[in-house]
Design a protein around this ligand. Structure first.
Ligand code: UD1
Ligand code: CA
Length: 487
């Protein structure tokens, strides 16, 4: 069924001068994905026989970024001839010579185009039998876009770029979204006729529309009333605008799936995040990367999670976490810093001013206050006293701390790794644990307290401390004397 063949060409060879960036425009990100990545994610939902991306500016960087996430996409190199028309021409040349069917052209900088719009565009194209079908939108401010010029009967006759438009043309509000379906044979015939005599000295793909029309071919246009799908990102303002529109779209999606989002305006959720029903998101929260949150969990306020997994009914407040796993019903925060490799068991706790890294904390175990725990394996039912520090690095290598089930450690302990503490053991306050502790033992490393009377007055004469000590001693003596008299 040749009429249903579909090849997709994504244009990503331009520099994106208006971004004023070292990063190629199509690699700028919104919602955790590059601009061209959004286009390719949408493109992949259509059953295309070929998907090509045309690259040129920062070719290797753009190609590597695309191939990493979309390995099945064909990278096509544009040569020195500039313009979207040339980009499509090289893509066409890279298709099998006998390819017949539709060619869907997408712009790598139009990231919010959705599957429904594309499907409708393809359906319209196929049912009308047009040589080309384009997507247009009517904007209050069409500045920067190509304008759709229609004839007296309302048919599309050509597209004029902003820079080539006269006053009347520039006043037209209907714009070219940069999304088109062409019959492959029409591109083969008419692209070679496109010249470069225009304001930008480029081969415009848009000129094919005028050429087709001049040859009495049928052009059809689908007008979208969802203005965001046509938004092209040419500068940083449009990047932020697209990012915000995507943010709202993602939030609306999760709200409909049963997620409570208390303050949508301060909530950011990346495209690859997965949320279960009855998750609650409190203000100023960012859920990024491939984060997943299970049912009933509450995240925020003031929390950023990147590639984290949060279990059912867990609570995560004022926390910064990356590549961490938080078990069911566990509590994290406020003010916790979970670095990669943190795994907190069910019903566990990571509390206030605690940093963890590459550490497994067993079921029901707690690290409640003021601690650094790195490269550790902690069993079930453990309580680490306030101020626990794993000294995991000796300037040469990282070493592990192993803490068995039901261990309770005293406040302000240092665990000098490698070291292991057996199940059920205890440690005293202020202990520096350098040697393994057997199961059930009490480990004390601090010498018994000895008070040297009068030390300050003898050794710090003339200081405020010595004076205060002398005063205290005098009044103590007087009090002792009175007690003596009372007797
Ligand atoms: C283009 C359209 C314009 C439309 C707008 C929609 C043309 C001539 N103009 O303008 O009618 O309203 O998109 O967003 O097509 N690219 C290449 N090779 C090149 C030049 C560009 O692959 O030689 C790629 C860019 O990387 C980009 C896309 O094509 O992804 C569009 O290029 P851009 O320069 O942004 O075109 P616009 O001026 O926005
Ligand atoms: Ca553009």
């Amino acid at each position: 069924m040749t009429e249903n063949n579909l090849a997709i060409v994504v244009l990503a060879a331009g520099q994106g001068t208006r971004m004023k960036s070292r990063t190629p425009k199509v690699l700028h990100r919104i919602g955790g994905r590059t601009l061209v990545g959004h286009v390719l994610t949408t493109a992949q939902r259509l059953q295309a026989t070929h998907v090509e991306v045309v690259v040129r500016h920062e070719r290797d960087r753009v190609a590597a970024s695309i191939s990493e996430t979309y390995p099945d996409v064909t990278i096509v190199d544009q040569d020195d001839v500039p313009g979207t028309g040339r980009a499509v021409q090289v893509a066409l040349d890279a298709l099998p010579a006998d390819y017949e069917g539709d060619v869907l052209v997408l712009s790598g900088d139009v990231p919010l185009l959705d599957n429904d719009t594309l499907t409708a565009l393809l359906d319209a194209h196929r049912s009308s039998g047009a040589a080309a079908t384009l997507l247009s939108a009517i904007l209050d401010d069409p500045t920067g876009y190509g304008r759709i010029i229609r004839d007296e009967t309302g048919n599309v006759s050509r597209i004029v770029e902003q820079k080539d438009a006269n006053e009347d043309e520039a006043a037209v509000g209907e714009i070219n979204a940069g999304v088109y379906v062409f019959q492959a044979s029409m591109l083969r015939e008419y692209l070679p006729q496109v010249g470069m005599a225009n304001a930008q000295g480029e081969m415009y793909l848009t000129d094919v529309i005028g050429l087709l029309r001049g040859a009495q071919k049928r052009i059809s246009a689908a007008i979208t009333n969802d203005l965001q799908v046509a938004l092209g990102v040419n500068d940083r303002a449009q990047l932020a605008e697209a990012g915000d529109l995507l943010r709202r779209r993602i939030i609306r999606h999760w709200q409909r799936e049963g997620v409570t989002i208390v303050d949508p305006a301060s909530t950011w959720i990346d495209d690859d995040v997965t949320l279960a029903p009855d998750v609650t998101i409190l203000p100023d929260t960012q859920l990024l990367g491939a984060t997943t949150v299970a049912a009933g969990a509450t995240i925020g306020p003031d929390t950023t999670l990147v590639d984290c997994e949060v279990g059912e009914d867990a609570t995560v407040r004022r926390t910064d976490g990356t590549l961490a796993v938080i078990g069911a019903r566990a509590t994290v925060g406020p003010w916790s810093y979970l670095r990669p490799g943190t795994i907190l068991g069910a019903d566990g706790k990571i509390g206030t001013f605690v940093e963890t890294k590459n550490t497994t904390i067993g079921e029901g175990s707690k690290v409640p206050h003021l601690s650094y725990v790195g490269d550790a394996t902690i069993g079930r039912g453990v309580n680490l006293g306030a101020g626990a520090i794993t000294a995991n690095y000796d300037d040469i290598a990282k070493h592990r701390t192993e803490i068995g089930d039901e261990v309770h450690t005293g406040s302000h302990n240092v665990f000098v790794a490698p070291v292991s503490i057996g199940a059920g053991a205890k440690t005293g306050a202020g202990a520096v644990i350098r040697k393994d502790v057997p199961a059930g033992a009490l480990a004390l490393s601090v010498a018994p307290q000895r008070n040297v009377d009068g030390w300050v007055e003898n050794n710090r004469q003339g200081t405020k401390a010595a004076a205060a000590a002398a005063d205290a001693r005098t009044s103590q003596k007087a009090a002792d004397g009175r007690q003596e008299e009372d007797r």
